[in-house]
Design a protein around this ligand. Structure first.
Ligand SMILES: [Zn+2]
Length: 98
């Protein structure tokens, strides 16, 4: 993230998974965290993703098809938040996750 310090909603949502997994640099994580303190809708998505991750993690311990579950959940999110931007974000993420 080198352009400037501003993180917009699409970036925050797109990188939410990295953020939750601790896969980004401290600086980037800081920018996302700051955006979340300033943006209620993104904070809600953050909380929702956190809950989803917990569910997936829990079901990973018991079941052998977490990928299928994850895909189902992500599809459900896309359906719930069909304001366009979210559908785009989840599609990109699903592809990059393989
Ligand atoms: Zn936002």
């Amino acid at each position: 993230m080198s352009q400037d310090e501003h993180v917009d909603c699409s970036q925050a949502l797109y990188r939410m998974s990295e953020y939750l997994d601790g896969e980004m640099t401290t600086e980037d994580a800081h920018e996302i965290a700051r955006h979340l303190t300033e943006c209620a809708p993104c904070l809600e998505e953050h909380e929702r993703e956190q809950i989803i991750k917990q569910i997936i993690r829990r079901s990973c311990a018991r079941e052998t098809a977490p990928t299928q579950l994850r895909t189902t959940i992500m599809q459900r999110i896309t359906t719930i938040c069909d304001d366009g931007s979210w559908a785009e974000v989840t599609q990109v993420r699903r592809v990059s996750d393989g």
